[in-house]
Design a protein around this ligand. Structure first.
Ligand SMILES: [Ca+2]
Length: 226
């Protein structure tokens, strides 16, 4: 009798511990960065593991390669790249939210582009810039928000190096951006920048990857939560 009671208690304990575990988003379990605090919802979780253009994305400009492998991929078996096509990008329409957290992996063949290059970010339904992560001609990462390029990071990027980036955007005008060679972020330091000085009233309803020049750029693990 005592053994049966102990068994019942053990089962109840197991069930109780499994409930919160099941509620944890999958990306936490597979290595999402530890300092971000994504909300309960996921707008985009794209690893480019399928064949060709993933479902729900729109390709603009020249054709990308979504099946880059052979050791050049950033995560999993395949990554997406704009190859030598340059001014090309993809986007996914998202539901308007008051705030987002973005996590993304990328690698640039040329980290000091001839002109400022947009890596990723939010735009309106008419493709107007809301908050973009850009790479300057000096190879720094900066925010394009409120109609202009803002303070860039102190540290620069290197060619052919895999980076993790994290962006926070709050409708109303606050945006934070940080990159690192590992999937961890501090919210400060030479690889971090932010802008929060003006109101941004345009609704972010598209998330873009790539655009405005830059060839042979590779992307993977696109995660947009709210
Ligand atoms: Ca992948």
């Amino acid at each position: 009798m005592k053994q049966t009671f102990t068994l019942i208690l053990a089962c109840l304990w197991c069930w109780a511990t499994l409930i919160p575990l099941r509620a944890v988003p999958l990306h936490f379990l597979i290595g999402g960065n530890t300092t971000s605090t994504p909300g309960a919802g996921t707008e985009i979780d794209e690893g480019f593991e399928g064949t060709g253009l993933p479902s729900g994305w729109t390709e603009t400009g020249a054709t990308w390669n979504y099946d880059l492998g052979g050791g050049s991929q950033l995560a999993g078996n395949e990554s997406a790249t704009n190859g030598a096509t340059g001014n090309a990008f993809i986007y996914k329409t998202i539901t308007y939210r008051s705030s987002y957290v973005v996590e993304i992996m990328f690698r640039m063949a040329d980290a000091t582009p001839a002109s400022t290059w947009t890596a990723f970010g939010f735009r309106t339904a008419a493709a107007g810039a809301v908050c973009l992560a850009r790479v300057t001609t000096a190879g720094k990462m900066g925010l394009y928000i409120d109609g202009a390029d803002r303070l860039a990071t102190t540290d620069g990027l290197s060619d052919n190096t895999t980076y993790y980036a994290r962006m926070e955007f709050v409708d109303g005008g606050r945006c934070k951006l940080e990159f690192n060679t590992t999937n961890s972020f501090t919210g400060s330091g030479n690889k971090y920048t932010q802008y929060d000085k003006a109101a941004v009233t345009s609704d972010a309803v598209r998330f873009y990857v790539g655009g405005n020049g830059g060839t042979n750029n590779i992307f993977d693990r696109v995660l947009v939560t709210y």
